[in-house]
Design a protein around this ligand. Sequence first.
Ligand code: THU
Length: 157
Amino acid sequence: MKEIDLTLRVESLAYGELSADESRLVEAACAATERSYAPYSRFCVGAAIRLSNGEIVEGSNQENVAYPSGTCAERSACFYAHSRYPEARFESIAIAARGTDGEFTPLPTAPCGACRQALLEYEVLAGKDVPVLLAGRDCVYRVPSVRSLLPLAFTEF
Ligand code: THU
C-alpha cells in the first residue's frame, strides 16, 4: 500500500497584496454579483474570467423557478466566455458572493463541485494552471489551479 498526498495549498491574501491585474479581476467578479438573478436564494454570486485575448468575461448566477434549470455564476461565465471567444484560453478566474444580507461573504465562497468540473475543462484546454481567486470581504484566497480544487478529477474517457 502507498499513500497519495492530495494536499491543497491556498494563499490567503489581504486586498493590498493583490497585483493590479488580480485586483481588476476581483473587482469584475464583485461587480458581476450586482447582475445576479437570485430571487429564490438571494445569494448573489459573480465570476470573472481573464482570457488570453485580454478580455475579462463576467457571469452571475441565474436562477429559475424550476430550480435545477438555473445555473451558477461560474458556469454562466465559462460557458459564455468559451462560446464568445472560442480561440481564447483562460488565464485566471475570480469569484465573489454576497449573502442574503447583501454583504460580501466574510470568508471567500468556493465554487460548487459541478462548477469545478466545468472550469477544469478550460484549464485542460489552456494547457497550464489557471489560478482561482476566491474573494471574501476580508481576504482573498489564491488557489493555484482549478485542478487543485478537484482532486482525482475526471478528465478523460
Ligand atoms: N451558486 C453559484 O453561483 N456558484 C456556486 O459555486 C455555488 C452556488 C449559486 C447557485 C444558486 O443560485 C445560489 O448560489 C445558491 O445556491
